[in-house]
Design a protein around this ligand. Structure first.
Ligand code: UD1
Ligand code: CA
Length: 462
């Protein structure tokens, strides 16, 4: 059976009190609308239509994809009016699944079950019983409040005190035979508390047409919670993070505190990985067997191999090029690894060391206060405290090549392009602008001079 999907995303989101359109607010690093779209894409629909309106250009630019079409809703006169704008883009045959752009955690299995319940001939609503149903549309049934026949949905604003006590709410997700949907949309009116065209009024129209109305239930409340305010957004973020944390722990990852973890992308962990409190993972991060991430690390687009230890307050951002930390390497505390930092096995990067677009071979060490940019560093190199590669001449970046087993003393400036031969030693405080030969000591600083007859000035007494 042919399936079309409509995602409503035109509303302003007044209760967010933000200049950003509501559906672009982020949950776990992805916009609310992107979450809904990603879920929708798992359903093999013949068409996905997103209804945009408030901040339409910004919203469309943020989520544009080849298989997605937009319908503009200008002005925004309610959810029914929103779907009216999408209607001409829907196929006449088949089923339409309607999703709310502000209900981000909807799961594929739940949507499938709803489409099945619709079966091309019924109106199927996704509902849930909430302990606190306030703000939501209530599902009104005849007789039995749970098993009775569905008669309609009443919006919170329009509900009587008795109706407000109903705990079964509409989640904003429905599956409808498309031909019937088009007919009902044309019959919607706006004589209600909000003066809007409510999509939820199609339920009463279905009842009047003697089309069966059925409800399926979401298995988990977080799946269907909507985001209308910063409080609800933060609440949903924590629930989602907890879900991710539980999945990691079930796979054996040891989290010091599942409530103090943030994953804004994809985190893939091997066996016996330990993660201390308050770490943030963004983009794609892979952590190998037995690796340990200490507290307060921010790690984005990085691969950390088995047995590596990342000490507290380390910041890694691989951007597009990625960061790689080799097996059993030690990094931090307070280290900064930038795009293209590629650390070999057992490399040590210590406090206040920045590495960008540089390869360090096995066993190389830069333990204190240093900068390595656009460098190739050989095995077992010891790179002294306060030393830097001067890789940028104001217009171009140049490379520094350091052979294996080189010892760079403290406070050196290696002016690139430059090569340091294997086994060389560079004296502390050297500013080196030409290559240093292998195996020799190279010192590039003024010699110390001692003046035997010099007298220190003394203050004159008055
Ligand atoms: C809606 C439902 C309510 C349900 C709740 C679940 C209606 C009338 N009410 O209420 O029964 O319990 O969702 O979360 O449908 N939108 C547009 N154009 C508009 C208005 C809204 O595209 O003119 C979009 C919004 O961007 C949002 C979605 O529709 O993504 C829902 O709108 P919102 O105003 O949040 O509806 P609720 O009051 O939450
Ligand atoms: Ca809402």
């Amino acid at each position: 059976m042919a399936l079309d999907i409509v995602i409503m995303a035109a509303g302003k989101g007044t209760r967010m009190k933000s200049a950003l359109p509501k559906v672009l607010h982020r949950l776990a690093g992805r916009s609310l609308l992107q979450h809904v779209l990603d879920a929708a894409r798992t359903l093999e629909a013949q068409r996905i239509v997103a209804v945009t309106g408030h901040g339409a250009e910004q919203v469309e630019a943020a989520v544009a994809a080849p298989n997605l079409v937009f319908a503009r809703q200008q002005p925004q006169l309610g959810t029914g009016h929103a779907v009216q704008q999408a209607a001409p883009l829907l196929h006449d045959e088949g089923t339409t699944l309607i999703l709310n752009g502000d209900v981000p955690l909807i799961e594929a299995g739940t949507m499938r079950a709803l489409v099945q319940a619709c079966d091309g001939r019924r109106l199927a609503l996704l509902t849930i019983v909430l302990p606190d149903p306030s703000g939501y549309g209530r599902v009104v049934r005849s007789g039995d409040p749970v098993g009775g026949t569905i008669e309609g949905i009443v919006e919170h604003k329009d509900a009587s005190p008795a109706q407000r006590r109903i705990q079964e709410v509409y989640t904003g997700v429905m599956a409808v035979p498309t031909a019937l949907l088009k007919r009902w949309l044309a019959a919607l009116r706006n004589d209600n508390a909000a003066g809007e065209y409510y999509l939820t009024d199609v339920v009463a129209l279905a009842v009047a047409d003697q089309v069966p109305v059925v409800a399926t239930h979401a298995h988990d409340e977080s799946e269907v919670l909507g985001v209308n305010s910063p409080v609800q957004l933060a609440d949903l973020e924590r629930r989602y993070q907890r879900r991710l944390a539980d999945t990691l722990m079930e796979a054996g990852v040891r989290l010091a505190d599942p409530a103090r973890l943030d994953i804004r992308g994809e985190l893939v962990c091997g066996q016996d990985v330990e993660i201390d409190i308050d770490c943030v993972f963004e983009g794609r991060v892979e952590i190998g067997d037995g690796a340990r991430i200490s507290s307060h690390c921010v790690i984005r687009n990085a691969r950390i191999d088995a047995g590596a230890v990342i000490h507290p307050f380390t910041h890694m951002d691989g951007e597009a090029a990625g960061v790689h930390v080799g097996a059993r390497a030690l990094v931090g505390p307070f280290a900064r690894l930038r795009p293209g930092a590629d650390l070999g096995e057992e490399v040590h990067i210590g406090n206040f060391v920045e590495v960008k677009n540089s390869t360090l071979a096995r066993g190389a060490k830069a333990n204190h206060l240093a900068y390595l940019g656009d460098a190739t560093v050989g095995e077992r190199v010891n790179y002294g405290a306060g030393s830097i590669t001067a890789n940028y001449d104001g217009a171009n970046k140049h490379r520094t090549e350091i052979g294996e087993n080189v010892h760079v003393g403290s406070n050196c400036v290696l002016v690139a392009p430059i090569r340091i031969g294997a086994g060389a030693t560079i004296g502390a405080g050297s500013t080196l602008s030409k290559d240093a030969p292998a195996g020799q000591l190279t010192v590039a600083r003024a010699r110390a001079v001692s003046l035997a007859g010099w007298v220190r000035p003394v203050k004159q007494k008055k």
